[in-house]
Design a protein around this ligand. Structure first.
Ligand code: SF4
Length: 360
């Protein structure tokens, strides 16, 4: 700063001399050699080839279709533009039909995270061939093997498992990009053909709400996202759709046209919270307590619908008073099922009746 105050004038003088020198000498800039252009709308004038850089961005060999569900069940449809065998750009297809005229259409579907998938696909650290561990587990030593060797070795292991333990002992896993038709159907088909077990993908990666897995057996006991449009009241708990469910988020905000009120329970004032009617800044990790307090109010103030509770929840099932667990057939009968529960049948002189667990 001191230098600047003392030498500013000298510095500017020096700079002017240097610039002049550069132009005159012709070493750095060659402005004296530029040809003046009278009319830039003429198609022919010099130095125009750089514009092809931009034209080439819009030049491709063919267009294919793809969905890229790395860890997302959006399955959004994209056009992929291919040149020299490489995907060079993607665009949302945006041609989903409007099935229900009373509900806004799904278009265009897609998000910026998906749009960069073709770039990620060509990242240098992407695994493109089979690697076999060449050291101790955790040592980080790997050896490249051929696809033939990989499939042979895996097939051998599967046969070993079946010979040793019998069918039904092989568990396959479709990876974290679960619930996508492309990625899930292969492992599921394989598991069903060889008598293997295919678990719900969300459950195996710990995604979504754990309690839903435990209570329902799968985490998506509901409907498609367009049903948000019909809701009277939307509680955004453990979800920030404007960031994490981008192609469907519009249904939440469009519900406002129907008079829906929207609340967010999130520790952060996130991109969805800012659009809600009510933001409840709960402490991180306190969601279960908040949820149980909701349940308490619902029961205390009898805000529930008994018909719904009887049909759709496990509240009618009998509970053991000694350990607080649901009464199971295995508690009453030797070799009884762990998945058969009981309810009190008032139409049958109040005797316990079995309830199969098929819907759970
Ligand atoms: S939501 Fe985004 S990442 Fe998921 S499928 Fe759609 S575009 Fe791809």
């Amino acid at each position: 700063m001191k230098l600047w105050k003392l030498k500013r004038r000298d510095f500017l003088k020096g700079l002017g001399a240097t610039a002049t020198g550069a132009v005159v000498s012709g070493n750095g800039w060659a402005l004296n050699r530029l040809e003046p252009i009278a009319n830039t709308l003429n198609t022919e004038y010099p130095y125009r080839s750089w514009e092809d850089l931009y034209r080439n961005e819009w030049d491709w060999d063919h267009i294919g279709h793809a969905a890229h569900c790395i860890n997302c069940m959006g399955n959004c449809g994209w056009n992929v533009y291919v040149k020299d065998g490489l995907v060079i750009r993607e665009e949302q297809i945006a041609k989903y039909p409007q099935v229900n005229p009373n509900v806004p259409d799904a278009n265009p579907r897609g998000c910026q995270k998906g749009a960069i998938h073709s770039t990620a696909m060509y990242e240098a650290d992407r695994l493109r061939y089979p690697l076999k561990r060449a050291g101790e587990r955790g040592e980080g030593k790997w050896q490249r093997i051929s696809w033939d060797q990989a499939t042979e070795e895996i097939a051998d292991k599967i046969i070993d498992i079946f010979e040793k333990y019998g069918p039904g002992k092989l568990k396959t896993h479709q990876g974290s990009g679960n619930q996508t038709m492309v990625r899930q159907s292969g492992p599921s088909r394989f598991a069903s053909l060889v008598g293997g077990i295919q678990l719900d993908g969300f459950t195996t990666v710990g995604d979504l709400i754990t309690g839903a897995h435990l209570a329902y057996g799968n985490p998506l006991e509901s409907f498609t996202s367009d049903a948000w449009f019909d809701a009277d009241y939307i509680l955004l708990g453990m979800i920030n759709p404007n960031a994490t469910r981008i192609p469907d988020a519009h249904y939440v905000w469009e519900a406002k046209y129907n008079g829906a009120r929207i609340a967010s329970t999130a520790p952060d004032y996130n991109p969805s919270s800012i659009h809600t009617d009510l933001w409840m800044p709960i402490k991180q990790g306190s969601d279960p307590f908040l949820g149980m307090s909701f349940v308490n109010v619902i029961i205390e103030e009898q805000l529930y619908r008994p018909e719904f509770m009887k049909e759709q929840t496990d509240l009618p099932m009998l509970v053991r008073t000694d350990n607080g667990k649901l009464l199971r057939e295995s508690d009453l009968v030797d070799g009884g099922s762990e998945e058969v529960f009981y309810h009190w049948d008032l139409n049958n002189k109040g005797s316990p009746q079995k309830t199969e667990n098929k819907a759970r």
